[in-house]
Design a protein around this ligand. Structure first.
Ligand code: SF4
Length: 181
């Protein structure tokens, strides 16, 4: 077979694959054309008619910046900054500007997971607590300095106090804030 004919030659198997792909693309194209349309001006101005604006706060850190949640039938669909919030005064940091993803993100962790043989597996809270407690006890018995406790901006003063007390009880001075590492 010449170089040109080798490049242009399409085997029976390849031809069938391409034909199947073309048919699928055609079907998707027909479906999309009949199912989609351009939004009109009122839909662009108000994409969620009948929605409610609910005042709330960002829960990612203890600052508690103001968030306005747009809600449709109990589902949070969009967010805005709260211009009149006394602390944030219409501002957000990069975390808070997408706090809605704490609720709607497809990759949000909703329950305890453990990795076994390279695969994530769901476990109960009891199992998770047991595993954490077993590991912590193992390290504490051997050498508590192997463990470090990290607080975060999400913790309140009271929670930070508890964490520091727990670290002292555990037997280590390895205690810091997550933003410093
Ligand atoms: S994470 Fe950002 S937006 Fe949320 S409360 Fe803290 S500073 Fe405000």
């Amino acid at each position: 077979m010449s170089e040109v004919s080798r490049r242009t030659h399409v085997g029976r198997r390849s031809f069938l694959k391409m034909a199947a792909l073309g048919t699928t693309a055609g079907v998707i194209g027909i479906g999309a054309n009949s199912l989609t349309r351009q939004a009109d001006k009122s839909e662009i101005a108000k994409p969620y008619p009948g929605s409610k604006m609910v005042k709330s706060i960002c829960s990612i850190c203890s600052v508690g910046c103001g968030v306005i949640g747009e809600v449709v039938d109990g589902v949070w669909v969009r967010q805005e900054v709260a211009q009149d919030h006394p602390v944030s005064a219409g501002g957000h940091c990069c975390k808070g500007s997408d706090v809605i993803d704490m609720v709607r993100s497809h990759c949000r962790v909703k329950y305890p997971m453990v990795k076994q043989n390279g695969k994530w597996k769901r476990i109960s809270y009891e199992e998770a607590f047991d595993q954490i407690a077993t590991q912590l006890k193992k390290y504490r018995d051997k050498n508590p300095e192997q463990v470090m406790f990290l607080g975060s901006a999400k913790d309140s003063n009271e929670q930070s106090y508890y964490i520091s007390k727990f670290a002292a009880m555990f037997g280590t001075n390895n205690l810091d804030h997550q933003a410093r590492i």
